[in-house]
Write a protein that binds this ligand. Structure first.
Ligand SMILES: NC(=O)c1ccc[n+]([C@@H]2O[C@H](COP(=O)([O-])OP(=O)(O)OC[C@H]3O[C@@H](n4cnc5c(N)ncnc54)[C@H](O)[C@@H]3O)[C@@H](O)[C@H]2O)c1
Length: 383
């Protein structure tokens, strides 16, 4: 049995706790939250040992792992402390609020040899995984462009601020929402070499953004990010990625993976030229317990099995690693910096770039000039 504690018993912590308590190989031993009220109520019904002091819990409980679901600001010290205590870590996304801190944790994790994982659950959604498989097979050729979208009804009016409305604690649509499609881009395309045109716009929030738009540049491709968490036309978060390649196109969301393959494409087994659709219901493996979506159970099951040393043959040794989450955190940080840059005004004098002329080295210019003079002199002589 893997002995686990859940830290931060809010929206995600409650979901993780309910899933883990049903896992056949998990012994949930403790929970930790800074709110005494939460602990009193849950302690009464679960019988779990509860702590308000995280470090005390790490000292007193013989834990194999912690599942950290506190507001993002608290992730860095908590993850570091767990690793220092030799405890395996599943941490909610985003890993931290600083790319440097995330890289520091990735390095600590690597040196410790502990199992570590970040809660980017979309990588456990079967349709998104199918898109990844097709990309690796080269089904749509070289990806030239991606569109990464996420919309949902999180902030629909100006309201009293929680940590979600405060940037310094990890709130705002960029860290809390856009992190998901950005992480899928990290998974599919790797790290971009540059970002530009970032817009962080407010709709209802006062201290943070509700919408994020940006362009990401890769060595051979570009991607557009479009995120809005104040869109009430959606009932729940909807994340969609479109990948356009030289041999076809993939459009994928939680529900299905639509694939168009050109005549020149080499079709993976079961696929044909033209349109193909794979539904998530056909791709998803059953889980032992369902809350909110199979992917939440699947990601925790993977963590438990990797801590227990029970990964299946052929399963990757690492999924949603700290290193990969650190890349996503670096992109997020770059977007914040890019949004602060000046934009190009449309009115007023604009210096349009002319066709670029190659600068000739002085010796080459002298050579050309004397060749022209010779030619001119010959022409005069023949005339
Ligand atoms: N993977 C996903 O789909 C997903 C969805 C929502 C949130 N999240 C992430 O999960 C994390 C938590 O989000 P949430 O929506 O559950 O937040 P929440 O506000 O609902 O819950 C946070 C809980 O942490 C407790 N807490 C705060 N500081 C603490 C501390 N120092 N020690 C112990 N407990 C503390 C709070 O009392 C609260 O109960 C965030 O990092 C967020 O980005 C992930």
């Amino acid at each position: 049995m893997v002995r686990l504690a859940v830290v931060g018993i809010g929206k995600m912590g409650l979901s993780h706790l309910s899933i883990l308590r049903q896992h056949p190989d998990v012994q949930s031993v403790a929970m930790c939250d800074s709110s005494g009220f939460v602990l009193d109520v849950l302690g009464k019904y679960t019988g779990l040992t509860s702590y308000r002091d995280y470090d005390r819990m790490l000292r007193e409980e013989p834990l194999d792992g912690v599942v950290i679901a506190t507001p993002t600001k608290a992730h860095f010290p908590m993850v570091r402390s767990a690793i220092e205590h030799g405890v395996n870590v599943f941490c909610e996304k985003p890993l931290t609020l600083s790319a440097n801190q995330s890289m520091e944790l990735a390095e600590l994790a690597r040196r410790s040899g502990l199992r570590t994982q970040v809660g980017y659950h979309n990588r456990f959604v079967a349709a998104f995984a199918e898109a990844k498989r097709l990309l690796e097979l080269g089904a749509i050729g070289e990806v030239k462009h991606a569109l990464a979208e996420a919309y949902g009804p999180v902030v629909l009016r100006a309201k009293a601020s929680t940590w979600r409305g405060r940037r310094a604690e990890g709130g705002g649509a960029l860290y809390d929402y856009a992190a998901h499609p950005l992480d899928l881009l990290t998974w599919y395309l790797g790290e971009p070499s540059a970002v530009s045109g970032t817009v962080l716009g407010n709709i209802f929030s006062v201290e943070t953004e509700d919408e994020v738009y940006a362009t990401l540049h890769y060595p051979k491709a570009s991607a557009q990010l479009s995120v809005n968490w104040s869109d009430e036309s959606y009932r729940k978060m909807s994340t969609k990625i479109t990948l356009t390649g030289t041999l076809g196109r993939i459009t994928v969301d939680r529900q299905e993976c639509q694939v168009y393959l050109r005549e020149q494409a080499i079709c993976p087994s079961g696929y044909q030229h033209g349109w193909n659709v794979r539904y998530t219901t056909d791709l998803t493996d059953q889980v032992w317990f369902y809350v909110r979506g199979e992917e939440y159970s699947a990601e925790l099951d993977y963590f438990v099995r990797s801590v227990a040393g029970n990964l299946r043959a052929g399963e990757p040794a690492e999924r949603n690693s700290f290193t990969s989450a650190a890349v996503t955190d670096r992109v997020i940080e770059r977007l914040v910096g890019d949004a602060a840059l000046p934009t190009t005004p449309v009115s007023g004098p604009v210096a349009l770039p002319g066709p670029r002329r190659q600068q000739e080295p002085a010796s080459r210019v002298r050579q050309l000039r004397s060749r022209m003079q010779d030619r001119w002199q010959r022409r005069r002589q023949t005339a």
